[in-house]
Write a new protein. Structure first.
Length: 391
């Protein structure tokens, strides 16, 4: 797992911030319970277990107690600092002894934090070596795979460890043209392919991703619970299986859900919306405290339909974990023949229709939509000024 971000402040969530922190901790606890239920051999936490290095002792103890569940069952866990809980001089991993707080016996190797001075742990009973390259600052001076590759080569040449599975742990981004070029920690696919690893566990990207570079399998588990409520690829950990047979090694990755937050995108045809009250009732039927709903009204709506999405969102407040409501529909043009050209209404209608057609032909749908709305208001104003309120 990675990017648990325990203790995140969530300043943007106001009074619901504490509830979101609890959701993140609950997902972390479920991840630990899943590891125990699956009887895994090893747990990896690939950075940003904590949202920052400024955490009260009680919060660290609470997290360590979950790790203690693994220690009691003799399941080793390996942790690396990330970019939020980086290994700077005031790092949470320097201030607190995570193994001691978890109740792991001294020198048991059941809870290990890899650092710049302790970059590798060999788990002989599992035939596994876990390697990282941690920097004593948020930004890496070089690719961490430089140090990992050297350690992997040394392990392959060491008799007792030569046959070990080599697992790398990095909290950073895989370089992509136009993206992730200036992140704090950057690696390339070529570096992964040349690393000498069997598997690379990654953190920092909050959505699940997996791939292969050369013979090396890699995966981002994503965050167990979304840290921000627009991260619809979060919500899981990954179960990694290392299998060997016939002289071949195989790595398989399976995402497993542990988060409670769900996401749904919904498009509503404006032509089917009878009124704002009817739309409010339709959305209330989907109410769910764990749902982030992104609803968009599209298509052509009746000129008589008066919608105020901000007001509607206020009416539905509390029905969802978060609701995003957007009106992307356009107002239908008046049906039938236009009014006579020698009338004000006729001149207005013909002028606006021509301008709307021109903008739609040029592909400027945003300006065309604005003109449709202006025509709707103009027609309503000329028909009955009391129907229109101008601000």
């Amino acid at each position: 797992m990675a990017d648990v971000h325990l203790g995140a402040r969530h300043d943007d969530l106001g009074p619901t911030a504490a509830a979101q922190r609890e959701r993140q901790f609950a997902a972390f606890a479920r991840a630990i319970d899943l590891a125990l239920a699956e009887k895994v051999d090893l747990v990896l936490i690939c950075g940003d277990l904590f949202d920052s290095n400024s955490q009260p002792r009680r919060s660290v103890e609470r997290a360590a107690a979950e790790l203690g569940k693994l220690a009691k069952r003799h399941v080793p866990v390996v942790v690396i600092p990330g970019t939020h809980d980086c290994y700077e001089p005031g790092s949470i991993y320097r201030v607190f002894d995570l193994a001691e707080l978890a109740g792991a016996p001294p020198d048991s190797g059941l809870v290990t934090v890899l650092t710049d001075h302790n970059p590798q742990v060999d788990l002989g009973q599992l035939g596994v070596s876990v390697i990282s390259h941690v920097f004593p600052a948020k930004r890496a001076a070089e690719s961490p795979l430089v140090g990992i590759r050297a350690a992997a080569e040394a392990a392959r040449a060491d008799g007792p460890r030569a046959g070990n599975w080599l697992i790398g742990m990095i909290h950073g981004s895989i370089a992509q043209p136009g993206r992730f070029e200036h992140d704090e920690v950057i690696v390339t696919e070529q570096e992964i392919a040349q690393s000498g690893l069997d598997y690379l566990a990654l953190g920092h990207i909050h959505s699940f991703r997996e791939g292969r570079a050369g013979s090396v399998a890699w995966a981002y588990s994503g965050a167990p619970e979304p840290v921000a409520l627009d991260q619809d690829g979060a919500g899981q950990v990954v179960l990694v299986s290392l299998d060997e047979g016939g002289g071949q090694r195989k790595v398989s990755v399976e995402p497993r859900p542990v988060g409670e937050t769900r996401f749904r995108k919904l498009e509503l045809d404006g032509a089917t919306v009878a009124s704002q009250a009817a739309l409010a009732q339709q959305l209330r039927e989907l109410a769910d405290a764990d749902l982030v709903l992104d609803a968009r009204i599209v298509g052509v709506r009746s000129a008589d339909l008066d919608l105020n999405v901000d007001e509607l969102a206020r009416q539905l407040e509390g029905s969802f974990l978060r609701l995003r409501l957007r009106d992307a529909s356009v107002v239908g043009l008046p049906d039938g023949a236009p009014p006579p050209a020698d009338t004000i209404l006729g001149a207005l209608t013909r002028d606006f229709r021509a301008r709307i057609d021109d903008h739609e032909t040029r592909g400027d749908s945003e300006r065309a939509a604005e003109l449709r709305e202006a025509l709707r208001l103009g027609v309503a104003l000329l028909d009955d000024p009391s129907r229109v309120t101008l601000a």
